[in-house]
Write a new protein. Structure first.
Length: 511
């Protein structure tokens, strides 16, 4: 076999459940995952000093506008490299997006195949669990010694924000507000009643909780029934209609995961046991029409379809050959759309997650898919010769990265297709015109109702004006309007849109 074949040799995960006052710093979390990945490959932790490539998944807290409330290094790859005694010639820090782990594995694999990298560490972490508690309880961060001021890291990935200022002003910038727009559109497209659709969401995610309950690294190791997931209760409030809290990715966790990727030559020189090797057979990366209002509709993802198709094609296998699947699962609609685009039934007997998914396993911001890859590697080692599919999603069903893995060595050389090829097909798709200041009669294309801890907050409507142009608006915030939007299907309802009194936003009033 070609000695430049990229191969994943070790994976490490870590979940911190201790006292927030002594929680590990971001660099410490990364280092633990890296050391566990080395151990998994049968290597001493000191061997990490030999990496020539380091790719760190962007911290959620470094999202644009995140500020620096939580002290941490201004250059996470450089700080981690120092801690593990490495001097990588290629060190990068990714932009925001849950697609990043799979995308980084795809990119470093291509570098390995081209002879640019011999041994790479790809690693990320989430630390909002303890960080938020430290901030709210005034515990400080004095024991975190990684808040270094260093030159900015080299960034990798697509730097564009997930929403336009127009969309952000109306609340689309938060995933808990934006994903429900897709869910409600999907329900309306299928003509399903609200109660039937809620039941479907519960049935979709109950098996995820079962997998999480068996996963030692899962944040919530609790199996829940379909009904419990969707029933509004004191412990399970509505967040963004139709999603109760249990259907949302959990935000506040402390977790890290990383993988070591090597050329086959280096893996052999390091003495990595053959039964540890997991090959990346296929991969693809693409973005959908970027901003939510530019999408063709709110119930599809051409990027998921085309990256899935391409990754399978590159691997030379079909969906029927795949034994293990992990679809990105920040919210149910990511799984529903992902399954539909790939041609999978929601009750596929193979299951749609190997980890338990973002609402139960955790890893909410950008690093979840690293956990999928880590668990997938072990699944494939335990089921030798089988294939595994991992999908990873960033922003609002925006950026997609896909990987197909197996312990079976690939037949041909690793040849990643230029992502621009799929991207050109997606960018050429027709889509509606967007209008920023609509006026007059309009129709709801999709919507959500946003709840805070104390109850109703606001409605968000994506609508079409009388000329078919798409806009976003908020609704009046009175309970009757908001409860009405939840009581019966509001997609297709008519109303009137105008500018708010202060001129800052659009307001849609249903008829
Ligand atoms: C591409 C992408 O990946 S997009 C996804 C990116 N990720 C996100 O956007 C994360 C979205 N999630 C969130 O913002 C938050 O987790 C929310 C809003 C859903 C809930 O958070 P909060 O407002 O803090 O919830 P609330 O105050 O009502 O309840 C907190 C309690 O619920 C628990 N909880 C929060 N989410 C869940 C969940 N999914 N399952 C079970 N329990 C949960 C918390 O651990 C906490 O428990 P405690 O009281 O025992 O400490």
């Amino acid at each position: 076999m070609d000695e430049r074949t990229p191969v994943l040799i070790g994976a490490g995960q870590f979940t911190y459940r201790g006292d927030p006052a002594s929680s590990p710093s971001p660099t410490a979390l990364l280092k633990i995952a890296a050391e566990r990945a080395a151990q998994d490959a049968g290597l001493a932790p000191e061997k990490l000093s030999e990496i020539d490539t380091l790719a760190v998944v962007g911290f959620t807290i470094d999202a644009p506008g995140g500020g620096r409330l939580v002290p941490h290094s201004t250059n996470p790859p450089a700080t981690l490299a120092k801690r593990i005694g490495a001097d990588p010639k290629y060190a990068v820090y990714s932009h925001m997006g849950g697609n990043s782990p799979q995308q980084l594995v795809n990119i470093v694999s291509e570098r390995i195949a081209k002879g640019e990298t011999e041994l790479a560490l790809v690693v990320g972490c989430e630390f909002l669990g303890s960080a938020t508690k430290r901030l709210t309880k005034g515990l400080g961060f004095a024991d975190w010694d990684d808040a270094e001021e260093l030159p900015e890291p080299e960034r990798i990935g697509d730097p564009r924000p997930g929403v336009t200022p127009y969309e952000a002003k109306h609340g689309l910038g938060r995933p808990i507000n934006c994903y429900p727009l897709f869910e409600n559109a999907l329900r309306a497209r299928d003509g399903r009643s609200i109660p039937d659709h809620q039941a479907r969401l519960g049935e979709l995610f109950a098996p995820f909780t079962k997998v999480a309950a068996q996963n030692p690294e899962a944040w919530f190791r609790i199996e829940r029934s379909a009904q419990e997931l969707v029933e509004v209760s004191d412990r399970n409030r509505m967040v963004g209609f139709p999603y109760t809290k249990y259907l949302n990715a959990i935000m506040d966790v402390d977790q890290s995961a990383g993988v070591l990727v090597a050329s086959l030559k280096t893996a052999r020189e390091l003495g990595v046991p053959e039964d540890k090797l997991v090959y990346l057979h296929g991969c693809a990366d693409a973005s959908d029409l970027w901003y939510p209002l530019d999408r063709q509709n709110f119930h599809s993802s051409p990027a998921m379809r085309l990256t899935g198709k391409r990754a399978l094609e590159m691997a030379g296998v079909s969906l029927a050959d795949i034994g293990h699947i992990d679809l990105y699962s920040c919210f149910p609609v990511a799984v529903e759309v992902g399954a539909e685009e790939l041609g999978l039934a929601l009750d596929d007997p193979r299951g749609l997650t190997v980890t338990g998914g973002l609402p139960y396993m955790g890893g909410p911001g950008n690093n979840y898919a690293m956990h999928s890859i880590a668990v997938m590697m072990q699944r494939l080692r335990d089921d030798r010769g089988s294939y595994g599919l991992v999908t990873a999603n960033g922003w609002f069903l925006t950026k997609q990265s896909t990987g197909v893995y197996s312990t079976t060595p690939p037949k041909g050389p690793f040849d990643r297709q230029d992502p621009k090829i799929i991207q050109a097909q997606i960018d050429a798709l027709p889509h509606p015109t967007v209008i920023e200041e609509p006026k007059g009669a309009a129709t709801i294309e999709t919507y959500t109702v946003v709840h805070g801890r104390e109850g109703y907050m606001m409605g968000i409507v994506v609508g079409r004006d009388s000329e078919g142009r798409r806009f976003v608006a908020n609704t009046p915030t009175d309970e009757a309007t908001l409860a009405g939007l939840e009581a019966k299907e509001a997609v297709g309802r008519t109303g009137t849109v105008s500018r708010s009194e202060d001129g800052s936003r659009n307001i849609f009033v249903p008829d």
